[in-house]
Design a protein around this ligand. Structure first.
Ligand code: MN
Length: 243
């Protein structure tokens, strides 16, 4: 009887977790982990749109390879790391990447690289959509933080281009609600406990060569400029308002 009751209780908690996650702006990402009661197993989230939906700014072959090969590889390698280390079981993706230093040393690089890669790409797909424009509310928010939309775009493009090697440029919201632009190397992100600049990402651009090389070759600046054609301003506003 006790076992049965405990089982029901556990099930209820897990189920509540799924429901609670749905109200989180990053819910889709967190929910993946809560669906597996025995040990965390992460899955490649669907894009929610077709590979050619962002043409011509981001081409279809790039999207398909990026999603099915690159992102999938981060998921697979993260799951391998979780399988090897019980300390990583029953953790959401966000719990893993925000507490890297609290996990065994032997698992930290895997969480940082593959957990970061999984989070960053899951996030990236959600903020892409063709031909959206910022609402008047978002225009005011951007102008207040960066001077003007034009200045903001210039600063963000500059940040994207100036990253040496692979990484991401971000717009983050700090605890006071202020926005700023920052860079991270490789698959680091501003949610991680190991990064200097911390905040909640509301915009991010992947500037690894795999994100643009098929179409833009070495011209990262052109890719950064085209990003504005496919930035989902409605999602950005949702993230801004939520956190
Ligand atoms: Mn990538």
């Amino acid at each position: 009887m006790y076992k049965r009751r405990n089982f029901l209780k556990t099930t209820a908690i897990l189920y509540t977790g799924v429901l609670a996650g749905a109200h989180n702006a990053y819910g889709a990402i967190n929910d993946l982990a809560t669906l597996y009661p025995h040990a965390t197993k992460f899955e490649l989230p669907p894009l929610g749109y077709s590979y050619n939906a962002l043409e011509p700014s981001i081409d279809s072959p790039t999207m398909e390879i990026h999603h099915t090969k690159h992102h999938q590889a981060y998921v697979t390698k993260l799951n391998e790391a979780v399988e090897k280390d019980a300390a990583l079981h029953h953790q959401t993706l966000e719990q893993l990447i925000t507490n890297i230093n609290s996990f065994p040393v032997t698992s930290r690089a895997a969480i940082r690289n593959h957990g970061g890669g999984h989070w960053n790409h899951s996030f990236f797909w959600t903020i892409l959509k063709k031909d959206t424009i910022p609402s008047s509310n978002m225009q005011k928010v951007i102008a207040k933080n960066f001077g003007s939309i034009e200045q903001f775009k210039k600063d963000f493009e500059k940040a994207s281009v100036s990253i040496f090697g692979s990484g991401w440029a971000w717009v983050i919201k700090d605890v006071s609600g202020n926005l700023s632009i920052c860079n991270t190397a490789n698959q680091d992100n501003p949610l991680m406990d190991i990064t200097d600049k911390k905040g909640t990402p509301i915009i991010g651009i992947d500037v690894w060569e795999h994100a643009y090389y098929l179409k833009y070759q070495n011209k990262r600046a052109d890719y950064a400029q085209s990003f504005w054609n496919v930035l989902n301003w409605q999602k950005v506003e949702e993230l801004y308002m939520a956190r």
